[in-house]
Every structure is written in structure tokens, then in C-alpha cells.
Design a protein around this ligand. Structure first.
Ligand SMILES: Nc1ncnc2c1ncn2[C@@H]1O[C@H](COP(=O)(O)OP(=O)(O)OP(=O)(O)O)[C@@H](O)[C@H]1O
Ligand SMILES: [Mg+2]
Length: 225
């Protein structure tokens, strides 16, 4: 509000000076005949108008700087709010590992980079570990979700995307397309139903590994390597 108001006040001041000055000059011109002295000349009005401009300029500059301070304060409060956020908890235990093919065509874990990935699935008792190939099959199974309780965004959504298949979600603005992307990345946890990635419930997958296996480009783009 501050800057437009200061600017408008400057213009109003300009108009007042011009109108009043003109009036006084005309009245003065008329009086010249009587008294012989002209109090206000056109030149004086012109210089006065310039002075009025120079008077309002620093004021609107001050308003400008005030604006910057307010913006910075708003930014700072958001930064502090962000810093106070609790860290995500991660109770996933399935991890993503480099793998090579054994003689039966099954994945086995290896150190070197193979460009092939497998899900490493340690079993609860710690005795065995199973591996399944990363294929990229995504299933949403009767998913319910709400950002704030009471305002459900997704209700009973079931979608399947096969590996290599291109799937487009089409819907009006606010329909929940980005929300589905957020859920697959587990930025939020769903209220009901299941999301499975290559048949594994994503709540079991370690978050960094889950996100490593996905790539996303959103509407407001922040790209990281
Ligand atoms: N962080 C959030 N907190 C609360 N509500 C949200 C949040 N993000 C989105 N919503 C709400 O969830 C609904 C779905 O939003 P979403 O962003 O998924 O829509 P969209 O289909 O991606 O729309 P668009 O085509 O505009 O990108 C909207 O009603 C939106 O207001
Ligand atoms: Mg969107």
C-alpha cells in the first residue's frame, strides 16, 4: 500500500501546486493593474513545480526501502518457519542397490556401477535377504488422502502404471494431479489404501532410495542433479 500511496500523494501535491499557483498568478495578473506589482509569475510556478517534485522523490524512495524491509521480514519469517520444521522420520528398510544378473536371471548385489538396480529386501528376522529388479511399476490401490483433516483431496483412487508405459493424468486445476506425484514420492503419507512400487509398499522403502528411483519436474521448476 505504502508505495502507491506515496506516489499518488506526490501527484496530488503536484496538481495542487499547479492549480493553486495558476489561480494566484491569474489573480495577481489582474491585480497588477491596481497595485503595479505582480506577486507570482509563471516562471515562479514552474520552478515551484520542479521543487515540489524533488520534495516528493525522496519520500517515495523511503517508501520503496520500507517495502524492501517488509519483504525481507516476510522472507525471514518463512525461513525460520522452515528451519523449525521437524525432520522427516524414515522407518523404511528396503533399499536400492546396484545389481548384476546371476545365472538364473535374478539380481545379485554388487559394488560396481552396473546401471541395473534392484530392491534389497531384508527379512524381519535378519536371516535372509531377497532382491527384486527395479522395473518401475506403480500401483495406487484405493488411496484416500487429505492435506488437512476433513478436506479430502483424493478418494478411493486406483491407478496402475506398468513399467515403460507412459501415463498422463488429465484434470482441471486443483483436481489432484500434483498431489498424486507428491504421494508417489512420499512427501505426504496417505490416509488409507496402499501405494506399491514394483509390488513393494512404499512405506517400507527407505525415503532417499525411493526418491533416487524417481525423477520429477513440476510446474514451478527447481532442478537438482
Ligand atoms: N500443501 C497443501 N496443503 C493443503 N492443500 C493443498 C496443498 N497442495 C494442494 N492442496 C489442495 O489440493 C487440491 C489438489 O491440488 P493439486 O496441486 O494436486 O492440483 P493439480 O491437479 O496439480 O492442479 P494444477 O492443474 O493446477 O496443477 C487443491 O484443492 C489444492 O488446493
Ligand atoms: Mg499441479
Amino acid at each position: 500500500m505504502m508505495m502507491p500511496m506515496m506516489n499518488a500523494l506526490g501527484y496530488v501535491l503536484y496538481v495542487i501546486v499547479a492549480v493553486l499557483g495558476a489561480y494566484m498568478a491569474i489573480a495577481g495578473l489582474m491585480n497588477v493593474g491596481l497595485t503595479g506589482v505582480n506577486v507570482l509569475t509563471l516562471g515562479m510556478i514552474a520552478s515551484f513545480l520542479t521543487l515540489a517534485k524533488s520534495f516528493t522523490n525522496p519520500i517515495s524512495q523511503l517508501a520503496n526501502q520500507f517495502n524492501s524491509i517488509i519483504t525481507a521480514l516476510a522472507g525471514a519469517s518463512r525461513i525460520f518457519k522452515f528451519m523449525d520444521e521437524k525432520s522427516e522420520t524414515d522407518d523404511g528398510y528396503v533399499t536400492l542397490v546396484n545389481a548384476k544378473i546371476d545365472k538364473d536371471g535374478n539380481p545379485i548385489e554388487c559394488e560396481e556401477k552396473t546401471d541395473k538396480w534392484a530392491w534389497k529386501h531384508p527379512h524381519k528376522d535378519g536371516s535372509t535377504t531377497s532382491y527384486t529388479w527395479l522395473k518401475g511399476e506403480i500401483v495406487l490401490d484405493h488411496v484416500d488422502f487429505s492435506y488437512v483433516s476433513g478436506k479430502q483431496i483424493l478418494h478411493n483412487i486406483t491407478i496402475k502404471a506398468d513399467p515403460g508405459e507412459k501415463v498422463a493424468l488429465v484434470g482441471s486445476t486443483g483436481a489432484g494431479k500434483t498431489t498424486i506425484t507428491n504421494l508417489i514420492n512420499r512427501f505426504y503419507d496417505i490416509d488409507d489404501g496402499k501405494i506399491r512400487f514394483d509390488g513393494i509398499n512404499i512405506t517400507k522403502i527407505k525415503k532417499p532410495d525411493l526418491r533416487r528411483s524417481l525423477g520429477m519436474v513440476l510446474q514451478d521448476v527447481h532442478l537438482f542433479t
